[in-house]
Structure formats: C-alpha cells, structure tokens
Design a protein around this ligand. Structure first.
Ligand SMILES: [Zn+2]
Length: 70
C-alpha cells in the first residue's frame, strides 16, 4: 500500500519577485526549473516567457497573496 501523495508536477519552491516590466508588483514566483532560472507567478501574471527577477521584498500582489501556496 502506498501512502505517498503524488505532488503536482509544477510544485517547486516559492520566491518573491517581479514579472516582466512591472517592477512594482511583487508576486509569489514558483521556481519551475532552478538551473534554467524558470519561474512563474502563482497568479499567472505575465506571459510564460516573461523575464522574472527574484527580489528580497515583500509580496504585494493581492492575487498572489490570495493563493495559498503552503
Ligand atoms: Zn501575482
């Protein structure tokens, strides 16, 4: 009997950062591929290919804050 839950494939660590040209909105970014620097805002902001920057700042995107990522 297996007791291990299967996690979603895109589950990775969460960091704070910005997406694309909007450097004022700090999102929760899920790290999809650390080696490739691939991150995606959990609120789905921006486009899949948008550049993301990791910031040591507090998340202020209301949509991201409304999504429970724990
Ligand atoms: Zn967001």
């Amino acid at each position: 009997m297996r007791g291990t839950k299967t996690m979603a494939e895109h589950t990775g660590p969460i960091v704070a950062g910005t997406v694309g040209d909007d450097v004022l909105t700090v999102h929760k970014l899920r790290v999809l591929d650390e080696s490739a620097g691939s991150r995606r805002a959990v609120c789905d902001a921006g486009k899949p290919g948008d550049v993301t920057d990791e910031w040591a700042r507090t998340v202020n995107c209301p949509e991201c804050l409304a999504i429970d990522t724990e």
